[in-house]
Design a protein around this ligand. Structure first.
Ligand code: A2P
Length: 405
């Protein structure tokens, strides 16, 4: 083989990857895809731009193997892996050196990249990946409560995990991973499942080393076909005193600003309310210190009985948080989505978009992204702004954060 035909193939380590989807979302050329088992990189599409490297919370993304350009690992190979293949020894006559063009392309691309999405300038510094799949933290369940009413069609739980004397420092907006016990159909350990943390940084109970998760029991897939969500069912069935393997925390950009006077616009559906609860509660605890700016919430659920934290939410003072609830299947009112309410509140939304101290968070169903963007575009159009230009500015100033699934 001629040395010039050797290239570095970008691969993802299936042993470390927590399947958080960040790389797939980040890749500008859609070279990364996944199945139920692995995330893989298409050799013929990947341009080695490295945009996916900084956002990966585990480092699973940063793996390469030297391969012949004419014979890279196919995505079918990668889908079947439980671990990365060993690096092949160079054959006689081959060189382990990378061809100059491959190195150069990588360096140029890295220099031109903006790197990972930034948090608000006044966000606190997050810890990330303190606990790994090989060395998870062990948390004890101290509470598990159903949040949705008995008559509700969805079963959403508020699960409190206590870390005892194990460090698990979190910030509002971060996630953690749970390793469900047992083995999958292939006899392998279950993949990590990610959940947003629903508590503020100083604990579900202030001063305690605990936090809560908002978990919806998965009993059907998006198309309504029955499926048994391995980790969500495991979590929803936990009893007080049970122990849970936890990895993380994860997330370095979907974080709240801390400077006095900064405002939050929070847009969520279903369990996407978890980080909004964490941020709202942080602001509530800090209100007396004068940290608060304005809080505006758009929250979508099928009906009041299906809305996690409906009761506590309705008790919050109106001058503390401006709550807008969209119900899509309530029998006594027309179907509404969060994007409808953003339009209804156009004047106030436009004012927040113009306010350099406001930060916007979107969390929940993937499908809401398009609708929310269209609603912002309509509001901007009606108030003398252009959404594309506003969005550019928001992103540049780390004031627009989206986490959908
Ligand atoms: P729908 O009644 O159409 O499913 P879920 O209960 O499944 O977690 O969903 C939470 C809320 O999000 C529901 O009211 C659901 O409405 C709504 N929803 C579904 N699709 C979208 C979308 N594309 N944009 C905004 N909200 C949506």
């Amino acid at each position: 083989m001629n040395a010039a035909e050797l290239v570095r193939q970008h691969l993802i380590d299936p042993e470390i990857c927590i399947r958080c989807n960040t790389c797939e979302e980040t890749c500008p050329v859609h070279a990364i895809q996944h199945d139920a088992r692995n995330y893989v990189v298409r050799f013929d599409t990947c341009e080695n731009c490295r945009a996916c490297i900084p956002p990966c919370p585990t480092g699973a993304i940063e793996n390469y193997r030297r391969v012949a350009r004419s014979n890279p690992y196919a995505i079918e190979d990668q889908f079947s892996w439980d671990e990365l293949p060993a690096e092949a020894e160079p054959s006689p006559g081959e060189t382990a050196e990378l061809p100059a063009d491959v190195v150069r392309i990588t360096e140029i691309a890295t220099a031109g990249q903006g790197g990972a999405a930034l948090p608000p300038w006044s966000a606190a510094h997050p810890y990330e990946g303190l606990h790994t799949i090989a060395r998870p933290a062990i948390a004890t369940v101290t509470g598990n409560y159903r949040l949705t009413e008995d008559r509700a069609s969805s079963d959403v739980h508020h699960i409190v995990l206590d870390f005892g004397r194990t460090a698990f420092p979190v910030l509002e907006g971060q996630s953690l991973g749970v390793i469900a016990p047992g083995l999958d159909a292939a006899g392998k350990a279950h993949h990590v499942r990610l959940y947003s943390i629903a508590s503020p940084r100083n604990g579900e109970r202030p001063g305690y080393n605990n936090l809560a998760l908002t978990v919806k029991r998965v009993a059907a897939d998006r198309a309504g076909r029955p499926v048994h969500g391995v980790c969500s069912n495991y979590l929803c069935d936990l009893k007080r005193g049970d122990q849970v393997k936890v990895v993380g925390p994860y997330g370095t950009s979907f974080l709240m600003p801390n400077h006095p006077g900064s405002s939050l616009m929070m847009i969520c559906t279903g369990t996407g309310s978890a980080p909004m609860r964490a941020m709202t509660e942080r602001r509530r605890r800090r209100a007396a210190l004068g940290e608060g700016g304005r809080l505006m919430l758009f929250f979508g659920a099928r009906a009041p009985a299906e809305l996690p934290y409906f009761g506590p939410l309705m008790k919050l003072p109106k001058d503390f948080i401006d709550i807008n609830l969209a119900f899509s299947r309530a029998s006594d009112r027309p179907k509404r989505y969060v994007q409808d309410l953003i339009r209804d509140r156009g004047e106030d939304v436009a004012n927040m978009l113009r306010d350099p101290e406001s930060y916007i968070y979107v969390c929940g169903l993937k499908g809401m992204e398009t609708g929310v963007n269209e609603a912002f575009a309509a509001v901007c159009g009606a108030h003398g702004m252009t959404w594309d230009a506003v969005l550019d500015g928001l992103k540049r100033e780390a004031r627009f954060h989206v986490e959908t699934y």
